[in-house]
Design a binder for this molecule. Structure first.
Ligand SMILES: Cc1ncc(COP(=O)(O)O)c(C=O)c1O
Length: 356
């Protein structure tokens, strides 16, 4: 048995993997592989439409919100967002909360001015800001709701009343209930809670578009993707299908409410266990701990190799910390059952008994 704590691409439900692999051989009993069907043919158009409709119903989005499935990863959104939303002489507010927001800031600066309205850099990115003050003249505020590498997560979203709110939700979308209609643009690479790598979900309030003067290449213009129903060019058909299967699974399991409850249980169990054993350290401030990516280190770094080996022998994979942070990181995405966290917790306790 393998217990998958990978940070992304991460764990998917077994039923999704089974259905996805079947569709590669025979899609909907058509005798054709999903990979051989034209994207403008009715069977794939139905996949795209159901996936977009499911996002809208699961997130309880207003009718006017648009759902797109684009390529280029969340990394492309780092530039596509400012290209579409930030005029050359305008200012966008960004929060600097870790590796991912820093990358978003760097790209935004290519298109306009960036006002860093809160930064956790000095604290080694071990917490999320407690408050944010933005100028009303900023074109938008950008946040990263969950910093996958640092293991921090905004617990209270700094909803804005005067300026649009943009969020990178790559690593915690669908994991907890938020007021999604209060975000004007949400983007998320699919390879964590949404589906397979190769597609990025974007949810847009169309009112924020069309306000910059620059010329936007067609493939990067959200308005054209909206007009073409996310079929401006050939979409990544397999990745979109995996998203659809995963969304169907999510809905059957009870939607975001059920996920949130499970994620709370899983993260509580793991944090409580780590807190109770002096061998381990939790670098992230309690008020900012991520329920998706639990980052921990050891007081004696010499024990880390031993602990890694111990986990490997127990079938636990993907818990090595990111190279920039060190230590360990256990990712608890939606598809990870509580029982797998219980296995990890038992391994941690056994290790502590032997080496504590
Ligand atoms: C929060 C966050 N933003 C952006 C990215 C980059 O995503 P992609 O590799 O899809 O470009 C990641 C990847 O892990 C991420 O965790």
């Amino acid at each position: 048995m393998v217990y998958n704590f990978n940070a992304g691409p991460g764990i998917l439900p077994p039923s999704v993997l089974e259905q996805a692999s079947k569709a590669v051989l025979d899609f909907n009993d058509s005798g054709l592989s999903l990979l051989e069907v034209g994207h403008r043919e009715a069977p794939f158009v139905a996949v795209m439409e159901e996936a977009r409709a499911l996002v809208k119903s699961i997130m309880k989005l207003e009718a006017k919100r648009e759902v797109l499935f684009l390529q280029g990863g969340a990394t492309m959104q780092f530039m596509q967002v400012p290209m579409n939303l930030l005029g050359e002489n305008k200012v966008a507010a960004y929060t600097d909360t870790g590796t991912w927001s820093s990358k978003a800031i760097k790209e935004a600066a290519v298109f306009g001015h960036v006002d860093i309205v809160a930064s956790e850099k000095e604290n080694g990115y071990t917490a999320m800001p407690l408050s944010v003050q933005c100028s009303e003249t900023s074109s938008y505020l950008h946040i990263t709701t969950n910093e996958t590498i640092a293991g921090t997560q905004w617990q209270t979203i700094p909803y804005q009343t005067k300026i649009p709110l943009v969020a990178d939700m790559s690593s915690d979308v669908f994991s907890r209930q938020l007021d999604f209609n209060r975000f004007d643009l949400i983007y998320a690479g699919a390879q964590k809670n949404t589906g397979a790598a190769g597609v990025t979900m974007v949810v847009i309030n169309p009112d924020v578009l069309g306000k910059v003067e620059r010329k936007i290449p067609s493939i990067l213009d959200y308005r054209l993707h909206i007009k073409e129903g996310s079929m401006l060019n050939t979409p990544p058909v397999f990745a979109v299908y995996v998203v659809l299967l995963n969304l169907r699974w999510l809905q059957q399991e009870g939607g975001i409410d059920a996920m949130e409850q499970r994620n709370q249980q899983k993260s509580d169990l793991l944090y409580r266990t780590l807190e109770s054993i002096p061998l381990f350290k939790l670098p992230v401030a309690k008020h900012s701990r991520s329920k998706m990516n639990v980052v921990f280190t050891m007081n004696d770094v010499n024990l880390e190799t031993l602990f890694a080996k111990f986990c490997k022998e127990a079938g636990i994979v993907g818990i090595k910390g990111h190279r920039s942070v060190g230590g360990f990181r256990a990712s608890l995405y939606n598809a990870l059952p509580l029982s797998h966290v219980e296995v990890l917790v038992n391994v941690i306790r056994d290790f502590a008994q032997k080496h504590g």
